[in-house]
Design a protein. Structure first.
Lengths: 481, 297
């Protein structure tokens, strides 16, 4: 018997350790490449001793000419980064950029970061990877980039003037609310509701401007044999694309601040009742929510939308590209509408987001990393980004700079956001280190229950009131330490 | 004297042979396990190189963490339902296939075993389409036989989601255990069944009086395998099929551990959860071993 118990123990121990070990390992092979360098690195050795003139357009030389760059290889690919690095090495002879790219870049560089040896420059995106950046924010392990944006560009204005308004003081780039920039803006995205433009034109339906119009469109939806709305069911986080602009429309910046800064009173406010009331209406009204939505993943629900099972769906400017191979109803064409307002005299709005690039505080070569960062905002590179990544950077006039490379739909989405639509952005304040709460999960996950009518708004508000109070308490405790 | 040296030599030789294996085992299994215990006492994002020691706070926090408790309940449900049903189905199938001398025996054996060679990811995707609310096999099937009011978004309803996941887990594992039991039954001496036949025992009596007792040792091991299997496989199945939804009603302890470690950057806390899971699964294994000891049924 004893022997057997030992065997069980060992079996359990092995099974468990393998399970846990599985969480951390499973690295996909790194595909590291070194684009050909035009200049030999030895040139920099002499440069370090006696700064040579005219080596680069900026007249700068670098003690350490090597830069390690880690980038996410997702929908935008890696080609942009390879060509940007090549262009940089040509303009700054003697420098050498090593690029590591992977869809699982977070997993790949995590061990390096833990070992205190992070890459010099990182572009981390994709839901699998962004938690890594959030961890670095919690650890305060990012380099302060404020001065980079104060520096003058060759045109004579500070770099910050080139960035889209409202981006540099948003929480996406300045997470600690201290006016300092720790995350540099890169690609810019616009989110909101989408519809089938071809259908609307053929049937003479006008895209709704207000929430009343939106619910009135239910009749037209029924006529055309579809539900009013579907969303990415098992990932209710997508609903923020409707909810955040609606909070702003209903309660202004004040309400948005309450919501993102964990003021528990938000859950007793009229703004809450108004905005979440819309969601409840979607849950309860006949034909409003597509049957089975709550059980679908993002691909399944988006395909259902393309096939004409629902009239609207929330999603971002990447939508067309993401679903380019999916089946759709005849003549389907993408139409973007933003998020309806609460009154005919008020403009529609849209949620915007900014992808970011960061330099870790422990980077070995922060000087060159900063130079590379500044280089990214030149018109040449903004255009290159449009050409290779089909993306639009958070730089003024970027949509027009890259118009030739992006689809008409995408261009129109960006233009819509430019012309009169209110751009709303915001992010949750970082929670205290060690907190068990993930605010976005706490707020959005219960929507599954609300949509299946298994939770009332009162129960929801009560729960969130408690969660927000606790997050506040944790923040205070952390601040006191 | 001579035999002693032979014996020492022998022992020495065995030790040398064991050494590389032991070293690798310690490095890749024992050391990480030890690390889990150590890191569970720290406040650590899993990124910085300066974890902060906080004693048993992580463990104390767990008791107030509603999501953790819910995920424990969900895991407990799966650990209870899945092994029992899987083993029952596997036993019955194994017994039928070995006893009935069906011609298609080999074919069924292959078909039932098939899920075991599919990757868990494939199984999860397959079943998320079987449960698809509008075009899924389950709901369209119900519609076809005129029971459309029974159709539900199985994975989107908090009352059905765990059962739906349990069925997937059972489907995945039953064939595997069935093959194990079939091998066991084949090694039971046919005379026992013949004698029982002569004494007029029915098939059902034979199943309970001969098959199960003769397989008991195999069943005991498979119970423990199955409990641990649920723990690790549920992670993949849940991540792909429901993402822990709706509203965390299918969150299992492994998905929650992963989320705390890698989405919430709460590595120390995640390790503390790992320690608790470790303890519990060990306890379960010991308890089930004790309960199924020969003579106690």
């Amino acid at each position: 018997m004893k022997k057997k118990n030992w065997f069980t123990f060992a079996a359990v121990a092995i099974a468990l350790t393998t399970t846990l070990a599985g969480c951390g390992s499973g690295n996909s092979p790194s595909n590291e490449s070194t684009p050909p360098s035009s200049a030999s690195p030895s040139a920099s050795d002499t440069a370090a001793a006696s700064p040579s003139e005219g080596a680069s357009p900026a007249g700068k030389t670098f003690e350490n000419p090597e830069l390690d760059v880690a980038v996410f290889q997702g929908g935008y690919g890696r080609e942009f980064w390879d060509s940007a690095a090549e262009a940089f090495m040509q303009d700054y002879p003697g420098t050498k950029i090593n690029i590591t790219a992977s869809p699982k870049i977070g997993e790949l560089i995590r061990p390096k970061i833990v070992a205190g040896n992070p890459p010099d420059f990182m572009y981390i995106s994709g839901s699998d990877n962004t938690p890594l950046v959030n961890g670095l924010i919690k650890d305060k392990a990012l380099l302060d980039l404020t001065e980079v944006f104060e520096e003058l560009t060759p045109e004579g204005a500070p770099l910050k003037d080139k960035i889209l308004d409202g981006v540099l003081n948003s929480r996406a780039t300045s997470p600690y609310d201290d006016g300092k920039v720790y995350l540099a803006p890169y690609n810019f995205g616009v989110m909101g509701l989408w519809y089938n433009k071809a259908l609307f034109e053929a049937k003479g339906i006008t895209p709704p401007k207000t929430w009343d119009d939106f619910f009135a469109a239910n009749a037209a939806a029924k006529e055309n044999g579809r539900a009013l709305l579907t969303y990415q069911g098992i990932y209710p986080g997508y609903l923020e694309e409707m909810i955040v602009p609606a909070i702003y429309a209903a309660g202004g910046q004040e309400a948005l601040k309450q919501f993102f800064d964990y003021d528990p009173e938000f859950w007793k406010s009229d703004t809450f009742k108004q905005v979440w009331g819309l969601m409840e209406k979607i849950a309860t009204e006949d034909n409003a929510l597509m049957t089975g939505t709550v059980a679908l993943n993002h691909t399944q629900s988006q395909t259902a939308f393309l096939q004409g099972k629902a009239m609207f769906i929330p999603n971002g400017s990447w939508f067309e590209d993401e679903m380019k191979d999916a089946p759709r109803e005849d003549g389907f064409s993408f139409g973007y509408l933003g998020v309806p307002s609460f009154g005919a005299d008020k403009p529609v709005s849209a949620l915007t987001n900014v992808e970011t690039v960061v330099i870790p505080a422990k980077a070995k070569n922060p000087e060159l990393a900063k130079e590379f960062l500044k280089y990214l905002y030149t018109d040449k590179i903004v255009q290159l980004n449009g050409d290779k990544a089909k993306a639009v950077m958070a730089v003024k006039g970027a949509p027009d700079l890259v118009k030739a490379y992006i689809t008409e739909t995408t261009y129109n989405v960006y233009k819509a956001a430019d012309d009169g639509m209110i751009a709303v952005n915001g992010a949750f304040k970082p929670v205290a280190k060690g907190s068990k709460f993930n605010p976005s999960d706490e707020v959005y996950k219960p929507f599954s229950s609300i949509m299946s009518k298994q939770m009332t708004l009162d129960q929801y508000a009560e729960k969130l009131y408690k969660v927000y109070s606790e997050i506040q308490k944790e923040l205070e405790a952390a601040g006191a330490q | 004297m001579k035999t002693m040296t032979m014996k020492t030599k022998r022992t020495f030789f065995i030790l040398v042979c064991l050494l590389p294996g032991l070293l690798l085992f310690s490095l890749f299994k024992v050391y990480p396990t030890f690390q889990i215990f150590q890191k569970s006492l720290y406040l650590w994002t899993g990124l910085s190189d300066e974890p902060k020691y906080i004693g048993f706070k992580n463990f104390a926090d767990m008791l107030h963490d509603e999501t953790f408790l819910l995920s424990m309940r969900n895991t407990g449900f799966l650990m209870l339902v899945v092994p029992i049903v899987t083993i029952m189905i596997a036993l019955v199938n194994a017994s039928i296939l070995t006893q009935s001398k069906l011609k298609e025996r080999g074919f069924y054996r292959t078909v039932f075993f098939f899920p075991s060679i599919l990757s868990f990811v494939v199984i999860a995707i397959l079943w998320s389409f079987i449960y698809h609310p509008t075009m899924g096999f389950v709901n369209t099937g119900l519609e076809m036989v005129g029971l459309e009011e029974w159709a539900k978004p199985w994975l989107g309803d908090q009352r059905t989601v765990l059962w739906a996941l349990a069925i997937t887990l059972i489907w995945q594992a039953a064939g595997y255990y069935m093959v194990m039991y079939m091998a066991g039954i084949d090694s039971i001496s046919p005379e026992l069944y013949e004698a029982a036949d002569l004494d007029g025992a029915t098939r059902i009596q034979q199943f309970f009086r001969i098959t199960i007792p003769m397989l008991w040792e195999i069943i005991r091991v498979t119970i423990i395998f199955s409990i641990n299997g649920v723990l690790s496989i549920s992670f993949i199945i849940v991540s792909i099929m429901t993402g822990g939804g709706p509203d965390r009603h299918s969150e299992v302890v492994m998905t929650y551990l992963y989320a705390q470690a890698f989405t919430n950057s709460n590595f120390g806390y995640a390790m503390a959860i790992g320690v608790v899971v470790f303890m519990i699964s060990m306890l379960l294994a010991l308890v089930s071993n004790k309960l199924t000891e020969r003579g106690s049924y």
